[in-house]
Design a protein around this ligand. Structure first.
Ligand SMILES: C[C@H](O)CC(=O)C(=O)O
Ligand SMILES: [Mn+2]
Length: 342
């Protein structure tokens, strides 16, 4: 536990999902200053779905991509600013632009069984001299052995760090242990872990990952992130302090930032409620939460039933539009049943 853990904050990227990508420049500036002053090592700032994410499919962000990155870069004195890139949503041109604006870290994210689509983007990150990370999303949807095979592809493209990403907050502690320990045994890259708190395991799973030897951990102020949020930075730091795990973050500063600044900014409280719990329970992508909630209200159906169907369909990020179709089908079924009852 002696080594210094790198904290990659995602308040300004995963947190974008929780605010429907509507942070203002002023909010981005304030949160960046607080995070930077607290000692986090990396501040990731983009649309929730990464570079190029601002669109009808994922939802438009309030500020432009350039303004989000520029504002974070201007306000971070010590921390590196990072960006997320999903090949196909974002392009190498987006990455070159982000790099020009001062981003130093790129995390190239693919579904856990599709690492091969990351080759060009990882190579581009390396060519630009960026700290280049492979990010294997929805890691619960494949076996630890297969996840390792996908990670090896990212390693062969030049990724310097590779993440186990629990996008649905569906991994249990043993699931995290088995995945991270295989990475540790067989990869020569650094390793990271990204949690979601849907099953209330965000901090616990992060600690298991640290015990298994990860080098980087993601967290966000008050857990600000998709679904029930990520591992809450202030909670994680408190636990790490109790366990003697080395890191650079000041506990009081992140406690104050979470309580005084982050929580009042939340539009919908980031919490474990029946719908976010259902994401972890069924293994659905956390960023589907607000889409399912809206569709449930609009079509008069239980949003939990939408998530059950979406899980059966094995939906992945980018298939947000399926949610509307499922809600319409459920509404029709409900009408038919009512008709029969009448
Ligand atoms: C695009 C996703 O929001 C990336 C992420 O944070 C996850 O899969 O979890
Ligand atoms: Mn996430």
């Amino acid at each position: 536990m002696g080594k210094q853990l790198v904290i990659n904050d995602v308040t300004l990227r995963d947190g974008m999902h929780a605010i429907s990508h509507q942070y203002s420049k002023e909010q981005i500036a304030e949160l960046t200053r607080l995070l930077d002053d607290s000692g986090v090592d990396i501040i990731e700032a983009t649309h929730g779905d990464g570079l190029g994410g601002s669109s009808i499919q994922y939802g438009f962000s309030k500020e432009t991509e350039d303004d989000i990155i520029r504002t974070a870069v201007e306000n971070a004195k010590n921390a590196k600013v990072g960006v997320l890139l999903l090949p196909g949503v974002g392009t190498i041109e987006h990455l070159e632009n982000a790099h020009q604006l001062g981003a130093q870290v790129v995390r190239v994210a693919t579904h856990c069984t599709e690492a091969d689509v990351s080759e060009q983007h990882i190579k581009a990150g390396v060519r630009l001299g960026m700290d280049t990370v492979g990010f294997l999303m929805m890691s619960h949807r494949t076996s630890p052995e297969n996840l390792l095979e996908e990670a090896k592809k990212m390693e062969s493209y030049g990724a310097q760090t590779i993440y186990v990403v629990d996008s649905a907050g569906a991994l249990t502690m043993d699931d995290v242990r088995s995945r991270v320990s295989l990475f540790k045994q067989h990869l020569s890259t650094k390793i990271g872990f990204h949690a979601h708190n849907n099953l209330s395991l965000g901090v616990a799973n992060s600690i298991v990952a640290i015990q298994e030897g990860v080098d980087r951990i993601d967290a966000s102020l008050a857990g600000m992130g998709a679904g029930a949020g990520n591992a809450a930075l202030e909670q994680l730091v408190a636990v790490m302090n109790r366990m003697g795990i080395s890191h650079n973050v000041d506990l009081y500063k992140v406690m104050d930032a979470a309580e005084n600044v982050m929580k009042p900014m939340m539009v919908r409280p980031v919490q474990i409620d029946r719908l976010s719990l259902m994401l972890g329970y069924t293994g659905v992508y956390s960023s589907f939460l607000l889409f399912a909630e809206r569709a449930g209200k609009e079509y008069g159906v239980d949003a939990r039933d939408i998530l059950v169907k979406i899980a059966e369909m094995n939906a992945v990020g980018g298939q947000e539009d399926w949610i509307i179709g499922v809600a319409q089908d459920l509404a029709k079924e409900k009408q038919i049943k009512r008709g029969i009852e009448i």
